[in-house]
Design a protein around this ligand. Structure first.
Ligand code: GDP
Ligand code: IMO
Ligand code: MG
Length: 446
């Protein structure tokens, strides 16, 4: 039995959906603990592609219970579309549970998100426009609407009337936008509430009961370490805590219940939205990575910025999340390159810096110090074990593991489930005894 957190170790879109789906085979319960419909997790099974925004990537296993936890921001309209789409593809959603204490994204959140981005002009964050920042801002300001508020019609009516009127004055006076019609919004959200009602539970209690029964629980992070509100590249971050610590708060479990933390990282780096990105490659190899990796956002369709792997960020993710091991995805995207660069440290104003700087001003001045490795120039898509990999690809993986001082447990070589090398099962295998430094099973603590 193990309770495992899966987090993104970079700026999101690392392939968490694929890895969570893969590991869900051994999980009894999968919990999303933060974020909202800004997330887009793609899972490919046989020839079918599933794009999930809020529903945990364990939903494709009929016996796995999936929980949308308390720390999430739920947009009921998009959640219902997601439920309908899955049902239309004959995926049962009977096992989906929704936390009654999760916050609800309202129409005014989406409007304010977009309007405030317009206002910021060149200072914009490049948000997904899904109302995430304003939903969490209301949570902090203690004027948020929670799922349970919608479950009692009278209470919902009272709370929504007051809140919509309050938000209307902001929309009109601050943003010069037309007000919302309270009755229309209330009617709509009460309808959503009826559709979601059968799924709504005390999620923290459900998770506690599952832990008590020694069931395997997987906590699925959205976004990534560098988008974390506290520990990411502020202000170019999201408004929740994707890091491993966020799983305990967002799911409502104690830290002592967590057995392992797995970081998912691409074999290179991508970022959507604004903000510094030291290893970004504009044009050339950046375009090759974008094309081969099909780097377009699952949620907004925006082109993702691409660059080399950044081990400084990797080491930071290991530290902030207490990673036990890594899943490296999209190794196949590097297949055709002659040479591959890895950022091993930064140069900040002529000084070598091994650590990710917490000051945004310093981070903006970081210049990558690269080491260059030879490419393998052959397909890895059909490799199913480490010995199938070209030597240069194996050397590349070892180099990353050594730089980050963390073992690699999984290597992904394509979007489908079978395009994966499981070096060591990170749920059932012996903790920290996985791959992989200097070619011998090692890793810290091993
Ligand atoms: P997430 O947000 O972390 O779940 O990642 P996304 O789903 O937004 O983006 C990852 C994309 O890469 C998806 O389209 C996946 O289907 C795809 N993908 C995942 N793993 C691999 C891999 O190893 N190789 C390739 N070529 N594609 C992958
Ligand atoms: P998954 O779970 C990549 C980025 C946005 C923007 C910043 C703030 O698929 O990895 P927000 O709408 O959250 O206020 O936007 O965060 N962002 C993501 N980037 N993957 C995601 O999710 C993201 N969710 C938000 O592009 O830069
Ligand atoms: Mg994504």
């Amino acid at each position: 039995m193990a309770n495992v957190i899966v987090i993104g170790a970079q700026w999101g879109d690392e392939g968490k959906g694929k890895i969570t789906d893969l590991l869900s085979k051994s999980a009894d319960v999968v919990v999303r603990y933060q974020g909202g419909v800004n997330a887009g997790h793609t899972v490919v099974v046989n020839d079918q592609t599933f794009k999930l925004h809020l529903i945990p990537s364990g939903i494709l296993y009929p016996d796995t219970e999936c929980i949308i936890g308390s720390g999430t921001a739920i947009d009921p309209e998009i959640l219902i579309e997601e439920l309908d789409r899955l049902e239309a593809l004959s995926v049962s959603t009977n096992n989906l549970l929704i936390s009654q204490t999760a916050h609800v994204t309202m129409p005014y959140h989406r409007i304010i998100d977009k309007a405030s981005e317009e206002r910021r002009g060149s200072q914009k964050i490049g948000t997904t426009g899904r109302g995430i920042g304003p939903t969490y801002a209301d949570k902090s300001e203690r004027i948020g609407i929670r799922v349970q508020d919608l479950m009692d019609k009278e209470e919902a009516r009272d709370r929504l009337s007051w809140t919509i009127n309050y938000k209307n004055s902001i929309l009109e006076k601050l943003y010069n936008k037309p007000p919302l019609e309270p009755e229309t919004v209330i009617k709509q959200y009460l309808e959503y509430a009826e559709r979601l009602r059968p799924h709504v539970v005390d999620s923290s209690l459900k998770i506690y009961e599952a832990i008590d029964k020694k069931r395997n629980i997987l906590f699925e992070g959205a976004q990534g370490t560098l988008l974390d509100l506290d520990h990411g590249t502020y202000p170019y971050v999201t408004s929740s805590n994707p890091v491993a610590g966020g799983a305990c708060v967002g799911a409502g479990v104690g830290p002592t219940t967590i057995d392992r933390v797995i970081g998912v990282a691409k074999a290179y780096t991508t970022r959507v939205g604004e903000g510094p990105f030291p290893t970004e490659i504009e044009g050339g190899v950046g375009d090759i990575l974008g094309d081969r990796g099909a780097e377009f956002g699952t949620t907004t369709g925006r082109k993702r910025r691409c660059g080399w792997f950044d081990a400084t960020i990797g080491r930071y993710a290991v530290r902030i999340n207490g990673l036990d091991c890594l899943a490296i995805t999209k190794l196949d995207v590097l297949d055709e390159l002659d040479e591959i660069k890895v950022c091993v440290a930064y140069d900040i104003d002529g000084q070598r810096c091994e650590h990710f700087p917490s000051s945004p001003r310093q981070f903006a001045r970081c210049r990558p110090i690269y080491e260059t490795l030879p490419g393998w120039r052959q397909s890895t898509e059909d490799c199913r074990s480490l010995k199938d990999l070209p030597k240069q690809a194996l050397d590349y993986l070892k180099f990353l593991a050594e730089l980050m001082e963390v073992p690699i447990a999984i290597v992904s070589l394509g979007a489908s489930r079978d395009q994966t090398i499981i070096i060591e099962d990170p749920i059932h295998g012996p903790k920290r005894a996985l791959l992989y430094t200097n070619g011998t099973p090692a890793g810290h603590g091993a």
